[in-house]
Design a protein around this ligand. Structure first.
Ligand code: UTP
Length: 276
């Protein structure tokens, strides 16, 4: 059973400057809800209650958000605004939050390794809050846990992207292992390849289920693309052992780490809620 979800949230979010100068990127809202709250709600929905967050300098707003604010609650008690804190208070009450700070931004792989003391020796999920997913039925993490329960190894969620976008993602190649065409055993993966070097257009998105051996692999992983410790390089070691599955998730993803994706997500949710 997967109980813990790790949220790497230490990055500088430079694409959103100046907004992210003092406000964590993960706290930028889609309508009124911060990206990281969508993320934690997805993990709760998938049955996890232990949220492990990797933070860094300038990220204290995250801890305040996932704590009760009794003064504020007293202020709006008995007014129509009381309902506005209902969802976040339910999140605070139903989950436990642990934090660790990444002292240097050495990459996503390093951020995940920084989370080891919060996770320990058990399989866990990783959620990147700037990839916001919606689905008609099960959430992306719920779907992935079903796949994990079947194969009992690390799982990455993938999406087919236009060939000219491969340089933004980790890209995989693999052998189909089921007849629904949505699961394959990964044989190769490359971090941010140019289109002509990309083995396919199947890109890894910000959802992972990882087995805990990933931590020892990460400890031995040298800096790769852009001088960062890449999770893709560590996952390639698992792939070579035959223990990495890629799953084409059902749903829609917004890349809220980019301005275009952020605007698209805002419009999508505004339409859904009848605001525009
Ligand atoms: P990004 O690659 O989007 O980097 O990280 P970023 O710093 O957040 O944004 P830009 O590119 O400068 O605009 C993907 C996720 O991994 C986390 C980020 O917080 C984000 O959730 N991350 C990345 C870390 O926690 N630590 C790192 O060293 C790098």
């Amino acid at each position: 059973m997967i109980k813990k979800c790790l949220f790497p949230a230490a990055g500088f979010g430079t694409r959103f400057l100046p907004a992210t100068k003092a406000v964590p990127k993960e706290m930028l809202p889609i309508l009124t809800k911060p990206l990281l709250q969508y993320a934690v709600e997805e993990a709760l929905d998938a049955g996890m209650s232990n949220m492990a967050i990797v933070t860094g300098k300038g990220k204290r707003a995250i801890e305040d958000h996932f704590d009760r604010n009794l003064e504020l609650e007293a202020q709006i008690q008995g007014t129509q605004k009381e309902v506005l804190l209902k969802e976040i208070n339910a999140v605070c009450n139903n989950a436990t939050f642990t934090y660790v700070r990444q002292k240097q931004m050495l990459g996503l792989g390093h951020a995940i390794l920084t989370g080891e003391p919060l996770i320990g020796n058990e399989p866990f999920a990783v959620h990147l809050a700037d990839d916001l997913c919606t689905s008609e039925k099960d959430s992306t993490l719920t779907q992935m846990i079903q796949v994990y329960n079947k194969y009992q190894c690390s799982i990455v969620a993938i999406e087919q992207v236009p060939m000219n976008q491969t340089h933004k993602y980790g890209v995989i190649a693999g052998d189909l292992i089921d007849n629904t065409n949505d699961t394959c055993r990964v044989t190769n993966m490359i971090e941010k390849p140019a289109p002509k070097e990309a083995p396919t257009n199947m890109a890894i998105i910000g959802r992972y289920i990882l087995t805990p051996d990933i931590f020892n692999i990460l400890k031995q992983t040298k800096p790769g693309k852009d001088g960062e410790i890449q999770i893709t390089d560590a996952l390639l070691t698992q792939a070579k052992q035959g223990s990495l599955i890629a799953y084409k998730f059902k749903g829609k993803r917004f890349d809220c780490g980019s301005i275009q994706g952020y605007v698209e997500a805002t419009n999508y949710f505004a339409k859904q809620q009848g605001i525009i």
